[in-house]
Design a protein around this ligand. Structure first.
Ligand SMILES: Nc1ncnc2c1ncn2[C@@H]1O[C@H](COP(=O)(O)OP(=O)(O)OP(=O)(O)O)[C@@H](O)[C@H]1O
Length: 251
């Protein structure tokens, strides 16, 4: 496998509300993301997962450290939206204009990249097909779609610019177990068909077995351990990972 992104000793610190306090949201994180892999980032609430995602897509700048894209065409600073890594959030309603039809929502990144409306619309049906949705939804508004459908639409929108990296930030947290399983299956098949990498952010350890190729376990902004998913689950090294596994077994 070849490396897509190198994250080296990256930190993101915020000033706290108390004078002199520093919040170390991300605290010296180093890892490499490979082409065409699913890399899970797991940790409890507040461990720094979303901040890391925002640093990777360029929504935030690191306090220190470097993020190096080894495939230059995908770097977040590039002007063409087609080159940007795409972030899909937990709550699709927060990233969808409720007054826009699905046709306009899925083609928005293409339009922002200068694609003419007619051409973008012509591709909208195919984009929905990629996420196993019927073209019947194209004329609907977000409130006329289910939560699972909206998450698929958000993924279709991300796919519209053929990203080399899709970041899925807790995208199944609000879904029922069977819809969650369908979305994970969809991501697995998209990894194959689109040849992209997926950074899968979750606090649910039970979702990564048989899905993620590798996993990094985060706590307090730092990576506690990292490795092939099967190895980490079979032989966890950190007390925190063992605790997470016990909690899953108990539940
Ligand atoms: N803009 C900000 N200003 C100050 N502190 C922040 C800011 N954004 C995040 N934090 C803090 O940074 C830490 C990491 O937050 P982050 O949202 O990255 O965690 P997370 O692991 O994604 O949590 P969750 O699973 O609940 O979304 C938290 O303590 C959070 O309160």
């Amino acid at each position: 496998m070849s490396v897509l992104l190198q994250v080296e000793n990256v930190t993101k610190h915020y000033a706290g509300s108390v004078k002199g306090q520093t919040i170390r949201a991300v605290d010296g994180v180093t890892f490499e993301l490979e082409h065409n892999e699913i890399f899970a980032c797991i940790g409890e609430s507040g461990s720094g997962k979303s901040t890391l995602a925002e640093l990777i897509v360029g929504l935030q700048q690191p306090t220190s450290g470097t993020l190096t894209w080894l495939d230059d065409a995908r770097a977040p600073h590039m002007s063409k939206p087609t080159s940007q890594p795409q972030l899909v959030f937990q709550n699709p309603d927060r990233s969808m204009n409720p007054y826009w039809r699905i046709r306009d929502i899925v083609t928005e990144p293409m339009r922002l990249g200068g694609c003419p409306k007619r051409q973008a619309y012509a591709e909208a049906e195919q984009l929905l097909a990629k996420v196993k949705l019927s073209a019947d939804l194209l004329g609907r508004y977000p409130h006329e779609c289910s939560g699972g459908q909206k998450q698929r639409i958000a993924i279709a929108r991300a796919l519209s610019v053929s990203p080399k990296l899709l970041i899925a930030d807790e995208i199944t947290s609000a879904l029922d177990p069977s819809t969650e399983a369908e979305i994970l299956q969809l991501l697995l098949s998209l990894k194959q068909s689109e040849g992209m990498s997926i950074l899968y952010i979750t606090h649910r350890l039970e979702t990564i077995s048989g899905f993620a190729d590798r996993v990094a376990v985060m706590k307090n902004g730092a990576i506690l351990e990292m490795g092939e998913t099967d190895s980490v689950l079979a032989d966890p090294q950190s007390a925190y990972t063992i605790e997470l596994l016990r909690a899953v077994q108990y539940s």
